[in-house]
Design a protein around this ligand. Structure first.
Ligand code: ZN
Length: 339
């Protein structure tokens, strides 16, 4: 069984007027749209892999309103989780996460993973210039790009978006499915619908429509500060939590915890407060539980054992339960030097 998806060779009427709430009047299923441009090579662009992250839709509406009649480069646009988009959810309870089930996934095979496999086969059959996956965060974060393969082209691609870039390694993300095929990047464009995030991603995609070639040289540290996301921090389902140190909850954080995104926590700074023994579970990219290596609890206070940088902290309770509270980053080059 493969999840049903539609293929189009051109934009349907009404594309520029739809929003997430009525997206299924135009796209009842996930849809792959092939748009011919002057250049024969393609930009693969995926949007709405997470249904509530609608910046990508706004970006493509803006870009195509301007360029659809005269595209400098061909585009293969994948519109992902339209059912979740309609419901303003990351994904629905009966679905898998659309950005964890691409080739390389560790999830059980599903109709959705088969659809992603097919989409990738179609894309890989075309001359690809780059693959761009557009997302949003739920917390306060700078805009940044994520790459799964830190080769020089990908690093230069990331540097075109912002001076901070992240190497991440979650199995089954769309970006990883293009590694070894073409430069590939995930754009994290701040909160859904944030006008600055839309503008920033539009400028990036616009640049990619006409760029001749990505440089192969190492970007300077000034051009790109590359960090690595290798730890995911979850709150166990039976642990209550609050963003208020005085609250009656098993696990508590400071009110402004979200402002700590992309700032360093050293081993002597209080990360959080707890009244239970195991308030947090931390997994590495292989899914191993590394909680005891990473943090310690002393007299109801949680500390990290090494200096690390949280990112993608969210206060959204559903996202925390469905995805995670945050990731912990470290400097990518620093990490390599340690090996
Ligand atoms: Zn996302």
């Amino acid at each position: 069984m493969i999840e049903n998806f539609d293929r189009l060779h051109g934009l349907p009427d009404g594309f520029f007027d739809i929003s997430c709430t009525n997206i299924r009047t135009l796209f009842p299923n996930p849809t792959l749209i092939q748009l011919a441009g002057k250049g024969s090579d393609f930009l693969f662009i995926s949007i709405l892999l997470h249904g509530n992250e609608y910046t990508g839709l706004k970006v493509m509406q803006k870009i195509l309103a301007e360029y659809a009649q005269d595209l400098p480069r061909s585009i293969l646009l994948f519109i992902g989780n339209v059912r979740a988009a309609e419901a303003n959810r990351r994904y629905l309870p009966d679905q898998v996460d659309y950005n964890r089930c691409w080739p390389g996934t560790e999830l059980e095979p599903s109709a959705t993973s088969q659809m992603m496999q097919r989409v990738v086969e179609i894309a890989h059959g075309l001359p690809l210039f780059a693959a761009i996956d557009i997302h949003n965060n739920t917390g306060k974060n700078p805009h940044y790009a994520c790459i799964t393969d830190p080769n020089m082209k990908n690093q230069n691609l990331a540097a075109r978006f912002n001076r901070v870039g992240m190497v991440f390694n979650h199995r089954g993300v769309s970006t990883m499915a293009f590694d070894g095929i073409c430069p590939a990047i995930t754009l994290e464009c701040g909160l859904p619908g944030d006008p600055q995030g839309i503008e920033h991603a539009c400028r990036f995609v616009e640049g990619m429509l006409s760029l001749d070639e990505l440089p192969q040289n190492q970007p300077t540290r000034h051009a790109l500060h590359l960090v690595e996301s290798h730890l995911t921090l979850n709150i166990p389902d039976d642990v209550s939590f609050a963003f208020d140190p005085a609250a009656d909850a098993d696990l508590r954080f400071e009110n402004d915890f979200e402002d700590r995104n992309f700032t360093l926590f050293d081993p002597h700074q209080v990360f959080g407060y707890t009244r239970v023994e195991r308030p947090i579970s931390i997994t590495d990219t292989d899914g191993h539980d590394v909680t005891d290596e990473i943090l310690r609890v002393e007299a109801g206070k949680i500390y990290l054992n090494n200096t690390l940088m949280p990112a993608m902290i969210t206060r959204d309770r559903l996202v925390i339960r469905q995805d995670c509270l945050c990731h912990l980053l470290q400097d990518y080059l620093h990490h390599e030097a340690e090996l």
